[in-house]
Design a protein around this ligand. Sequence first.
Ligand SMILES: [Fe+2]
Length: 182
Amino acid sequence: MATIIDHLETDHRNFAGLLKILDRELDSIAAIEEPDYPLMALVLDYLLTYPDQVHHPKEDLIYQMLLRKLPEIRDSLDDLEHEHMVLANLTRDFANTLRDVVAGEAVMREDLLNAGRAFVETYKNHMLSENVGVFKLARQHLPAIDMDTLMGDFETQSDALRANHAGGRFERLLETIKSASS
Ligand SMILES: [Fe+2]
């Protein structure tokens, strides 16, 4: 049976696929080509909602459970929790800059690229820290049964998020990533 860590790792694979799309589109902007702005906007729309509403709260709960077992890793866990706030701000900055570009506001190409690159790099580094650090520790130190009890509440939230985006735009986006990486 899949544990909450399996779900978090699947999320990370999906996020990595989305960051790859953004990287590719940022390369187009750097090469003074026309990027796929609607696709970028859809990716950011997803990354503005799902991580903050479902993924990061799940991780924050895992961190709290882990802290009770391993108090010595408090500083690393505090850093990761802080990075969740940093990521939320970087996502908003990039999404706002992109929205201005699409709305025809005067935005320097450099500013859009800087906001995008900072966002993508910080996201990648953050996920790598979690994959090789806390997720491994959680598998070693937290009983699967404890982690499974966390899943129920989040399933309800995930369903609500899906329902709020009727038309399946997010579902299709994630399907696109899966088929591109298989
Ligand atoms: Fe994460």
